[in-house]
Design a binder for this molecule. Sequence first.
Ligand code: PLP
Length: 390
Amino acid sequence: MNDSEYGFETQAIRTQLERTQFQEHSVPLYLTSSFVFEDAEDMRASFTEEKERNIYSRFSNPNTTEFVDKICKMEGAEAGYAFATGMAAVYSTFAALLNAGDHIVSAGSVFGSTHALFVNYFPKWNIQTTYFDINKPETIESCIQPNTKILYAESPTNPAIDIIDLELLGAIAKKHNLILIIDNCFATPYIQQPIKFGAHLVIHSATKLIDGQGRVLGGVTVGREDLIREIYLFSRNTGPALSPFNAWVLSKSLETLAVRLDRHCENALKVAEFLESHPNVNTVKYPFLKSHPQYEIAKKQMILGGNIVAFEIKGGIEAGRKFLNNIKLCSLSANLGDTRTIVTHPASTTHSKLSVEERLAVSITDGLVRISVGLETVKDVIADLEQALN
Ligand SMILES: *Cc1c(COP(=O)(O)O)cnc(C)c1O
C-alpha cells in the first residue's frame, strides 16, 4: 500500500522518522541546536542545499520536520514550516509574502492579535487591509484592489462561530489570482482541509486543539511548495522556529487528534443542544446545529462541528459576568481546545475596554459567551453550566 492511501489516523501515527541504531518504537527527542558535518565538502554541499539535511535547529530539526510532515499529510499540503506560536506563523507568513504597498482582503472577524497586525503594524509598511462582511459574501469581490495579494479568513470564526464558505473563497482567489490563506485552528485538519477548497496556505495555532492538553505553544504553516519556500527562507533568517521539545510534544498529540476530536465534538453538540433548550439563553451558535445560519456550508466543508459553542445569554453584560462568577467546574481561561472545558464572556473580560460599536465590529455582542468544550464527562459540564445559568 502506498503511504498516501493510508487513512487519516494511520498517517497521524505512522508518519515518523527513521529509527536510530537503538531501534526505538517512539520517536526520540533531538535536543540539539546544531548538527555536524563529515568534512568541508559535506558542509559546502549542505549550505548550498545540494544536500537536504539538518544544519541548525533554527532551519530544521528532526522533531520539527516530523511534526510538519504529519500536518502536511493531514492537510494534503506539499510543504510546511513550524513556528514557536500560532502568531509567529501568522506574522511570518504575511511578512514573507508581502511587499510594501501590497493589500490584504480579510474576513471581518479574525483572531485578536491577527487583527492587531492588520490594524496597528502592517500599515507601518504601507500594507493595508480591507475587511469583508462575513455575512455578505457577495461583497467580497468589491473589496479587491489591483494591489491585493492575499485573501485571508478563519472558519469557524472566533468568537461568534460563523462559517465562511471556503469553496467560494477558493473560486474568488483563483479568479483574481490571489493567495488564499486559511487559519484552520478552530477546525483542525481532522475536521476540515481548506486546500481541498482552493486554499494555497493553511495556518494553525498548534497551541489549541493540536496540543489539546494546554501544555505548549506552537504554530505551523503548510501549503504550496513555492510559497513555503519563501516563508522558510524568511523564517530561517528571522528566527521564529518551534523548539524541538514542543515539536516532539505536538507530534505525539497528533497521534490522538482524531479520537480526541470525535469526543470533543460529541460533547460540544450535547452542550449546544442543552443550551438551546435553556430559558435564559437567547440563541446558540454551533456549526452542526440545524439552527446555525450557515449550517449547509458547515456540512459541506466540515466532517464534525468542532468543540466551540457560542451562545447569547439573556441580560447582556451583567448576566454574562454573573454567569462566569457562578461557574464551578469549568475554567475561566484565555486558552481553548483543552481537555478542560473553558468558558469566556468577552464583553465583560477580554474586550471590556472596547466600546459597544468596536465590539460589534468584531462580532462580540454583550451577551456572547464562548465555551471550549473539553473531554470531561459531558453531564458534569452540562450540570455546571445549568447551575450557573439558573
Ligand atoms: C490562538 C489563535 C492564534 C494564535 O496562536 P498562539 O499560539 O496563541 O500564538 C491564531 N489564530 C487563531 C484562530 C487562534 O485561535
